[in-house]
Design a binder for this molecule. Structure first.
Ligand SMILES: [Mg+2]
Length: 374
């Protein structure tokens, strides 16, 4: 189909929400950056950044879209791999290989992938391979917050399991003021709260040095922790190798890698069991698909990080998609109504992949327009 991009828009939304932290980063405002790609045949695609717990400076995004717009006008949005060459590889000398600008590019390429699905009248997960119609989800939570003691942490986890139907839950560790012993008390409390059957995941957001990561890995094994996410700084590939070969708890990482070569390097170091690739960080579904295939060849699974509505087509599409990260409305009350349809966990802790063409979700603009800042 000969489609041409005619217009590209960029909008930013911002709202207040409860302050949380992960041990290393404070998150206050909720923000979302939406891009819309228009074509000469009336097909329109949407992509976005946001819809996660983290606060990112999306006020900068419209300027990056200003840069990419003239490179996109007149191009066919179905040719996403050609766009990746023109807008990423050929711009490395000018923009650098990765950063906020590639996050903006990821949203633009997601919008093109949305158009691709709509043009084919197929949901995107089918175009990525259609491996499964249902995906097990885990609830991202267990953040640190002001006045959040062990009993509040346990209440949150019990709520996630009993009310939200989670069969897998994640909690943050690595806050320096809590320390390893304090975090181990938190892990013990959560395991006691959710019982032995629920999958328990931990996430340090790169807060540990090698020694602390080893100490955590050894200590959390007794609580049957399923994975230990981002224990180390992202480019300590040798550290990841040493930890993964030592730890009986699986090592997960990948949400902060932008470039295929970084994932490949980590895989070559045998430093990971689960890759948390994020299609709104690495530039688009094509790169994420390449990462999933490289991981498959090495017996590594994919459990994407980030906005569940964007990641669901990937994890459901590829052969080695394992778990979907799921942010409940409790992390950000607005997100419960931000996406249509509303994605909820079935009583067995799985989510159903929508059958609508494209990404399968639309943003609720009646709601978001109240919070527009750019
Ligand atoms: Mg994480």
């Amino acid at each position: 189909m000969n489609l041409n991009i005619t217009h590209v828009t960029s909008e930013v939304f911002e709202w207040d929400r409860p302050t949380i932290w992960n041990g290393s980063h404070f998150y206050d405002k909720g923000r979302l950056h939406k891009v819309t790609v228009y074509t000469d045949q009336g097909l329109v695609g949407s992509g976005w950044n946001g819809g996660t717990a983290s606060t990112r400076p999306f006020g900068l995004m419209p300027r990056f879209v200003d840069y990419y717009r003239p490179l996109m006008i007149g191009k066919n949005p179905l040719d996403t791999r050609r766009l990746l060459i023109d807008l990423w590889e050929r711009q490395i000398k000018i923009l650098g290989p990765a950063g906020l600008h590639t996050q903006a590019l990821a949203a633009l390429l997601a919008a093109c992938a949305d158009i691709k699905g709509k043009a084919a009248d197929l949901p995107l997960y089918k175009m990525l391979g259609g491996a499964k119609e249902r995906v097990r989800a885990y609830i991202a939570g267990g953040y640190y917050a002001e006045g959040k003691d062990l009993s509040r942490l346990k209440d949150e986890m019990i709520y996630n399991v009993e009310e939200l139907h989670a069969t897998a839950v994640k909690m943050k560790i690595g806050d320096p003021s809590t320390g390893v012993s304090g975090d181990m008390e938190r892990i013990a409390a959560v395991r006691e709260a959710v019982g032995p059957e629920v999958l328990l995941l931990t996430d340090a957001n790169c807060a540990c040095d090698r020694e602390t990561a080893m100490e955590f890995a050894d200590a959390m094994a007794q609580y049957d922790v399923y994975w230990f996410e981002e224990p180390l700084p992202i480019y300590d590939f040798d550290g990841y190798r040493a930890l993964a070969s030592h730890s009986s708890v699986k090592i997960a990482t990948g949400e902060n890698y932008y470039v295929f070569s970084d994932f490949e390097n980590l895989l070559d170091h045998k430093g990971v069991s689960v890759l948390n690739v994020d299609v709104a960080i690495c530039p688009g579904y094509d790169v994420a698909e390449d990462v999933a295939r490289a991981a498959l060849n090495r017996g590594v699974s994919i459990a994407p990080h980030g906005c569940q509505e964007l990641q669901l087509p990937l994890v459901a599409g590829v052969a080695n998609g394992e778990l979907l990260e799921y942010y409940p409305p409790e992390v950000d009350p607005l997100r419960g109504e931000m996406f249509q349809p509303s994605l909820v966990l079935a009583p067995d802790g799985f989510v159903d992949v929508p059958s609508a063409p494209g990404i399968g979700f639309e943003l609720n603009m009646d709601l978001l327009n109240r919070y527009r800042v750019a």
